[in-house]
Design a protein around this ligand. Sequence first.
Ligand code: UD1
Ligand code: CA
Length: 493
Amino acid sequence: MDGSQLAAVFLSLAARQSIEALFILTRVSGLTQAATHMTHPLNIVILAAGKGTRMKSDLPKVLHPLAGKPLISHVLAAADQLGPESICVIYGHGGETLPQAIARPELAWARQEPQLGTGHAVQQAVPYLDPAALCLILYGDVPLTRPETLQEMTLIAGEGAIALLTVHLANPSGYGRIVRNARGQVERIVEQKDATPEELAINEVNTGILCLPAGKLAGWLARLNNKNAQGEYYLTDVIGMAAAEGERVIPCHPAAEWEVLGINSRAQLAELERLHQHNQASRLMSEGVTLIDPSRIDIRGSLTCGRDVLIDINAIFEGDVVLGDGVQVGANCVLKNVELAAGVQLKPFCHLEGARVGANAVIGPYARLRPGTELAEETHIGNFVELKNAQVGFNSKINHLSYVGDATIGRKVNIGAGTITCNYDGANKHRTIIEDDAFIGSDTQLVAPVTVGKGATLGAGTTLTKDAPAGQLTLSRAKQLNLPGWQRPVKNK
Ligand code: UD1
Ligand code: CA
């Protein structure tokens, strides 16, 4: 179904006021920005002013990382997927640290100072709201809400109702409770501290996430008071006001509880991190990746895998990592912004960053590839080898204990143990060029800039300061002396 067909279906369904049908539509079509936009623009408000006392941190809570990126960046990523007209972040505690860290010029930032409650927080966003838009309220410390769940809520609000995300919890303690009337309709939300014993027994709770027409929201916010147990302006009171005016409040539920879990402590952060990693591991396995232990993998960015990839324990993936068909990643490897082509074998304990590796290369154990490394097909990089900004040609081998930086290495080159490119003179970096079929003897230093010609051989121990001609043996080595009759000194008595 393309955009215009979708629009047509959407409009005909909307005309019939069929909310259920709209749900089905989103489920079938997946996320489409078109769906919310055809009728109403969307304004998103993210609450992030709170103190986060229990984190015991100098860093604002929403900047603490989950899967390698700040909590609030997860919320922003979900928000972006809905194609909103605007996003306004309410900040306060920690001052300008938060806007500076996020640095997205298109975001609106509203400072809430002092923090007088969630209702007061959303009041700060009112100047940024389009009265004709829908307003979706999210929380900077609730990172894993699926965009699909939020999109369903925007569709309900688009019908003129108030969509409220609620969940049933075995232990509802601490949350606002959803109070329904005799007909089962949502009537109001009561906070834990204001609740009667009967209300405390309710186990349907408020997640805080809601979507409603912005114009009406502004009106209700203006009428909030702080006459409650905490002396705060409660956003939740908006629900009671709306219901009293005969508005429809429609509860929506997340597909899974983790979608609405918020973070207040480091222990909760660690729990949600594991949960998120477990979800990512499950997705990889369902896509055909073998994980030796799905509880011992960390993906802090995006990981794209071909067919029959195998990942051993304790691998960490950061930034964007792409693994081709049949790639094997050994235990305890760290890969950041790396592309490994089909059939690459990465043995245990390797650290790769900013590298591209050609098909069937064998790397490690204990290899380090630094940014700018490009290995062609069937290359071999062995233990304790460090490469930086080096291009290595087809089937070349650097198998032991070497540093190769700022170098261009041809095809079928063999670099012996203990080879070092002396690329840095203390002020500038210089290149080493080693042409096809060259053989570099062990314990050689190549003082760049320097070129080793095609098919050249360098004798072991050479310190190469001038180019080595193609096809010849070059060596710089003190002549060996043998002293017959020489005797070891003996210790004085
Ligand atoms: C709120 C809800 C409660 C719900 C719970 C879900 C209210 C009155 N209560 O309670 O019904 O079950 O969330 O977690 O809304 N914040 C600000 N400025 C403020 C106060 C809060 O930006 O002045 C932000 C916080 O940073 C936080 C969020 O709003 O991200 C929720 O605030 P919090 O104090 O945790 O609300 P709860 O009392 O837990
Ligand atoms: Ca809370």
